[in-house]
Unconditional design. Structure first.
Lengths: 331, 246
């Protein structure tokens, strides 16, 4: 694809090459493997043969259960979920929360899921692979279903980085007054919570955000100054720029907040979060293919060679790494 | 065996036309199947005194589907009637239901067994998904007629169907034979329909005038051909049968 205005960005999967994107997981598989880490959760996959075949390969230690239910032609035609509900109730009988992952075929059917949703301990989540931009986007929806805010006093700070190994531990964090989100899977669930302070430390933001949240995020002021200096040097050149590399949309937001003229961004990590970030950025051309030449008249700030390093970082750390590489290669 | 699909906007008179055509063909001595492909399952009621019959999917739901006895009925004039049926409105997947019904008919080798001269598919007006395209797309029908009036919405639906056939036209797809004008007596209806047909790249191949005999027959739960065999309308449907049989 070539650069397009961010308003024309589509909320759908972009496969530039099947050689590159082969063997990507489906959304159900992503959710199943993530839920496997939580030692107090069962999984019940509702789908067709292939869903059962692949989900069956993930082994859960007893008493946890990983079971799948394969829909028959009759159930698909008539939308009768009674047998599936009975099977789900059977899984829920061990007392653990059971996440029912509804895969592509039943999601297309849109059956009445009330009989399954009413089962005590069951959490039903539609996880069709075709829904998200990236199959990993589904985790936002899964956690949104699992983490519902409870009443009661709120105090302290919770860090959401996804290291917990139980649903109980995750739910316990909901009593915090401040939530620092370091893992994008938790953003949709927490961004809907009212009355608490939720700080998105997944994405890169403008300078004002970091000044406001420096204490909560424990930011090193010297690092913040240095990041601002690099951004100001870019801005002082008064040349339009194209930012290229992982999370370029976030780096662009930071550069703009210090006066740089960012005209275009190019990145490969396209998903629900980056889609929204680009839309929020506004007035910028976007490409998802590093092979595209930058728009005429712009200077390329290319730190894409450091994508691997940036993949393991969040928010401000990611920004600093990107700017360091930008400085080395472009300034 | 000649297999013909009839499409058109809902309420335009497809089932009436197909039922009378089936009855006329049967009267001419042909062996005829009328296959209703609408989840409402009301295509063939005028062959059965206005009564709804069990559908292929009704029988499949009950699990009595080892043979066709539960869903094929022979009308007094000898038309074999079957309805695909569907799930309850708002549940399941009606498109998949149509496909399942077609597969059941194949599985039971019904056409091989009965060896009909004609199979008439009466398909609901809106081809909302692939299931409803089965008759024209998967080698089930050889020919396609669109039943329409001269009303704009009816012609619009006809155009959509004609375009669908044209756009995907390839081996195994039914060939559009033309429009059957089922008149509603609106002003300039013949001319409007003729022009629309021209724009669709087809023609009006038959015109059925509006006639109270049709309603009178339906009130008896019968086709005109059965209820009033000597009427002008019955003679007209016999003519339609001759055209289709050519």
């Amino acid at each position: 694809m070539s650069y397009i205005p961010c308003e024309k960005l589509k909320k759908r999967r972009v496969v530039t090459s099947h050689d590159v994107f082969c063997a990507s997981h489906c959304a159900m598989d992503v959710a199943l493997e993530e839920l496997w880490r939580l030692d107090d959760v069962n999984v019940f996959v509702l789908g067709v043969g292939e869903c059962a075949f692949y989900s069956g390969k993930v082994v859960f230690e007893p008493p946890r259960i990983n079971r799948s239910y394969t829909l028959t032609d009759r159930e698909i035609v008539f939308g009768d979920m009674s047998a599936a509900a009975a099977a789900l109730a059977d899984v829920c009988a061990n007392g653990l929360t059971t996440v029912c992952l509804v895969t592509c075929v039943p999601s297309v059917m849109n059956p009445d899921m009330t009989p399954l949703e009413e089962i005590k301990g069951a959490v039903v989540v539609k996880t069709p692979d075709f829904e998200g931009i990236s199959p990993y986007d589904i985790m936002g929806k899964v956690y949104k279903s699992l983490l519902k805010m409870t009443d009661g006093p709120k105090s302290g700070t919770a860090f959401w980085d996804g290291r917990e190994t139980s649903l109980a531990a995750l739910r316990k964090k909901l009593s915090a007054a401040t939530h620092i989100v370091n893992n994008r899977d938790f953003l949709p669930a927490l961004s809907e919570i009212g009355g608490v302070n939720v700080i998105d430390n997944v994405n890169i933001h403008g300078i004002d955000f970091y000044n406001e949240n420096a204490a909560a995020l424990g930011l090193d002021k010297a690092r913040l100054r240095r990041a601002a200096e690099i951004a100001c040097r870019i801005a002082e050149k008064r040349k339009p720029v194209t930012v290229m590399g992982r999370s370029a949309y976030g780096v662009a937001a930071f550069l703009r907040s210090l006066g740089a003229d960012v005209r275009a961004v190019c990145f490969a990590d396209y998903n629900a979060v980056s889609y929204l970030a680009c839309r929020n950025l506004g007035n910028v051309a976007v490409s998802l293919d590093y092979a595209d030449p930058p728009p005429d008249g712009t200077t390329l700030l290319d730190y894409s060679s450091a994508d691997g390093e940036l993949a393991g970082k969040n928010g401000f750390d990611k920004l600093c790494a990107a700017l360091n590489h930008t400085e080395k290669s472009c300034l | 065996m000649k297999r013909i699909a009839f499409y058109g906007k809902g309420g335009i008179g497809k089932s009436t036309t197909v039922s009378n055509l089936a009855a006329a063909l049967a009267r001419k001595g042909f062996s005829v199947f009328q296959f209703g492909c609408d989840p409402k399952a009301d295509s063939t009621i005028n062959h059965h005194g206005g009564k709804r019959m069990d559908t292929v999917l009704d029988v499949m739901r009950r699990g009595d589907d080892n043979d066709e006895a539960g869903f094929i009925y022979k009308s007094p004039l000898g038309v074999y009637c079957l309805e695909a049926g569907g799930p309850l409105p708002g549940t399941g997947c009606a498109g998949r239901g149509i496909i399942s019904a077609f597969e059941k008919v194949d599985e039971l080798k019904i056409y091989e067994k009965y060896k009909p001269d004609f199979v008439l598919y009466d398909v609901l007006g809106d081809v909302v998904c692939g299931g409803f395209a089965m008759p024209i797309r998967n080698g089930y029908a050889d020919q396609l007629y669109i039943v329409t009036s001269g009303e704009m919405m009816s012609l619009y639906a006809a155009d959509n169907i004609a375009r669908a056939v044209k756009n995907v036209g390839k081996t195994g797809y039914a060939v559009l034979k033309g429009l059957i004008l089922n008149k509603k007596n609106i002003e300039g209806e013949d001319e409007l329909t003729r022009k629309a047909a021209e724009e669709m790249g087809t023609k009006v191949v038959f015109t059925i005038p509006r006639d109270k005999t049709v309603q009178a027959a339906e009130a008896l739960g019968k086709t005109v051909v059965e209820a009033f065999p000597d009427s002008e309308m019955s003679r007209l449907y016999m003519k339609l049968a001759e055209m289709v049989a050519l």
